[in-house]
Design a protein around this ligand. Sequence first.
Ligand SMILES: C[S@@+](CC[C@H](N)C(=O)[O-])C[C@H]1O[C@@H](n2cnc3c(N)ncnc32)[C@H](O)[C@@H]1O
Length: 252
Amino acid sequence: MTSKENLTKVWDKYYEKSKKNYILKDDNFFKLEIQAISDQISFYIKKNKRPLKILELGSGSGYLASIICTKIFKKSQYHYLGVDFSQQGINKANKRKIKNCSFIQSDFLDFFSRTKENFDIIITQRSIMAIMNNTDEKKLLNLIRDHMKQNSVGIFSEVTIQAFKKLQTLHKKLGLEPIEKVWHSHHLDESFIKKIFSHSEMIDYSSTYWLITRVIYPYFEEPKHNSLIHSFASKLLQSGDYGMVKLFLVKK
Ligand SMILES: C[S@@+](CC[C@H](N)C(=O)[O-])C[C@H]1O[C@@H](n2cnc3c(N)ncnc32)[C@H](O)[C@@H]1O
């Protein structure tokens, strides 16, 4: 069951069921991720004081959009466009009534086939990894590059094949249960980023967090969700390269 209709149904169900503002189970990781994305956007705004066009691919329920638009852009001139194939996600996002922000229900590839617009910032939050095959993943990355301006930035927070394998290998070595891979995630191949973009940087913003919560904690006891250990780990300096989700900064 990997057709686009089925995938859309899976996401629709998430948004229908979820009472939370967002869908992730791991609250502390989510905060680290939002902080990492926000920091990069703030940095870009400081250097580029002009009206900005931002595109978020996979805007879901509009949670990230609401944080970025209300806390980061504040008085800057901007327009934020969110694209998602889940109508349930789009409905939730529209209900937020975020200033200077609009949402379009579309598959990513279909969206790019219809638009000629270029964007200053293109953001993804675990949505490139939801593309289910290498051909479409490469196609999407090429389209993102083609819709960037010369000094645009791409900010992608994604689980990579390489990062997943690294943690999985450590689990095996320590005799821990394998990390579960959800069937509707394909994960991002880091080598595609290097090949497709002229410049790329990878930031591991949650390595300490993953090591403590996904390796050390389950080694000693049956882990619970959102425990004190998760909260503790999120407050430490994040160093090393054990994060399963990496932040990519790319240039055209
Ligand atoms: C982790 S969620 C992003 C959450 C979002 N940033 C938020 O704040 O709620 C990933 C999103 O990508 C969307 N998505 C995955 N594959 C897609 C595709 N091919 N076209 C359009 N949307 C897609 C899903 O519907 C989902 O909402």
